[in-house]
Design a protein around this ligand. Structure first.
Ligand SMILES: C[S@@+](CC[C@H](N)C(=O)[O-])C[C@H]1O[C@@H](n2cnc3c(N)ncnc32)[C@H](O)[C@@H]1O
Length: 453
């Protein structure tokens, strides 16, 4: 796969992360040139989805084989594929599992169907190479195995996974994968359950929904999941979500009724209307976007959004401690370039080492920090880990290009990757390493803090 196939969705993210002047020998801005080459109409305003139909994972009457299959339609591209896999029935497998990446027809689509050793859930991962982008999505399916009973002949009985045949997944190179990754890492507790219980009781007595803000929300993957989890069933906790981002580039075109998407730069003071409005403020994956000097400013803004007793929930990564499987020098180079880029642009690759102090420093009363080492992350199901690798490396590619274009000649000569040609070579080589099993993981930390009552 050529590197441009992975690059576009992240270039726009990287472009936001700094405003250093472009210094390219050719006189052209390579970032702009690449963006122009890879852009396609509608990409920036609608969130890609995969529509799955005719999904089944089951045995079959009088058969010693078990099967999984489905049709997938990629929107807005409209391309379709048929994916299937079969294997012999055995005692360990009521339904089949197959490694990511099992090719579909056409082979521009691929999938994996694996069992999570801890939760026992099945994880379906789907990827499409559109020729311009690599779209990936993953979803957990509850391990609900049922038996089809053939009354006429017990040999005709077979087991199947009880799951809807038709469903839609958000497909996004970077964010959807990371959301599923966080879901697994946090054992499905993507919002703190103790906080939620307290807030639900308070909201009930005040006869109103719980008010939640997501800052730097991107596609709103987290908020969309919260909205689905807490309002889909009658009698469930009622939530109202506001997703803020500096750009509307990734906002979904038709969000659910209880989510509003709004433009706001977290570096700017919140309006009076926003202040004290929220019970829970969520922030995630902002390390590459917030200069060190802005961390206390942004934390103060988060604090001012919260009502007394409200919670801040910030998850971020530590790019400064990459863990790349040994003997993969190009993937290693990508990982280190990410760190180099953060430093050059005034960000803190070790932010999570210091974030608890920053949070206490602006006056939050209690702070609970949870750190997930790369050892823990590497024990996640392979498809989830793979998603992290796929996500991180393109992210690094994007910053790598931006880094090259922004360095002055002296810094450039000292940089790990010095020109676009070298970058393309490293990227292509890293792609190969990843296909051959290289992984690139970084630690994750979560901070839950509470404002005084
Ligand atoms: C890596 S994405 C994370 C998205 C989301 N939090 C998630 O975890 O799925 C970072 C997001 O922060 C947004 N962002 C960057 N700087 C920002 C700022 N100053 N104010 C608000 N949003 C910002 C970017 O536009 C991008 O959507």
């Amino acid at each position: 796969m050529k590197f441009s196939t992975l690059l576009f969705p992240l270039l726009s993210l990287a472009a936001l992360s700094q405003a250093a002047p472009v210094d390219d020998d050719s006189g052209d801005d390579p970032i702009e040139a690449l963006e122009a080459r890879d852009a396609y109409p509608g990409q920036s305003t609608s969130m890609p989805t995969f529509t799955i139909s005719d999904f089944y994972a089951s045995g079959a009457s009088h058969s010693s084989q078990i099967y999984i299959g489905f049709k997938v339609k990629s929107n807005p591209f409209g391309q379709t594929a048929t994916c299937s896999f079969s294997m012999p029935l055995d005692n360990n497998h009521p339904v089949p599992t197959t490694n990511y990446y099992t090719k579909c027809k056409p082979s521009s689509f691929g999938f994996g169907f694996q069992k999570d050793a801890t939760t026992k859930a099945y994880i379906l991962t789907i990827t499409q190479n559109t020729g311009k982008n690599l779209l990936t999505s993953a979803v957990s399916m509850e391990n609900k195995i049922k038996t089809y009973v053939n009354k006429a002949n017990p040999n005709g009985n077979y087991k199947y996974l009880d799951h809807s045949k038709k469903f839609t997944l958000y497909a996004n190179l970077f964010l959807a994968d990371f959301h599923e990754f966080f879901r697994h890492l946090y054992n499905n507790e993507i919002i703190d359950s103790n906080a939620l219980t307290k807030l639900a009781a308070k909201a009930k007595t005040e006869n109103r929904p719980i008010r939640i803000a997501d800052l730097g929300a991107g596609t709103g993957a987290w908020a969309l999941d919260i909205a689905q989890t807490f309002t889909s069933k009658p009698g469930n906790i009622d939530v109202e979500l506001d997703c803020y981002d500096i750009t509307d580039a990734k906002f979904p075109s038709e969000p659910p009724n209880n989510i509003q998407f709004k433009i706001w730069d977290v570096n700017e003071s919140p309006t009076d209307e926003m202040k004290g409005r929220y019970d829970y403020v969520h922030m995630r994956l902002l390390v590459a976007f917030l200069p060190i000097t802005q961390i206390p400013v942004v934390l103060k803004h988060a604090m001012s959004l919260l009502a007394p007793g409200g919670y801040l929930d910030w998850s971020d990564v530590s790019p400064g401690y990459p863990n790349v499987t040994p003997t993969n020098p190009n993937t290693q180079k990508c990982a280190l370039t990410f760190v180099e880029h953060l430093k050059v642009t005034g960000k803190d690759p070790y932010l999570t080492d210091n974030l608890e102090d920053w949070i206490r420093g602006v006056g939050f009363q209690t702070v609970k920090s949870t750190h997930y080492s790369t050892d823990i992350i590497q024990k996640l199901p392979p498809s989830i880990n793979m998603a992290m690798t796929i996500c991180l490396v393109p992210a690094t590619y994007a910053v790598l290009l931006k880094l090259i274009s922004s360095l002055n000649p002296q810094l450039r000569s000292a940089a790990l990757v010095r020109d676009i040609k070298e970058a393309e070579t490293v990227i292509a080589a890293s792609e190969e390493e990843i296909k051959n099993g290289a992984t690139f993981t970084i630690p994750v930390s979560r901070f839950l803090a509470r404002k005084g009552t």
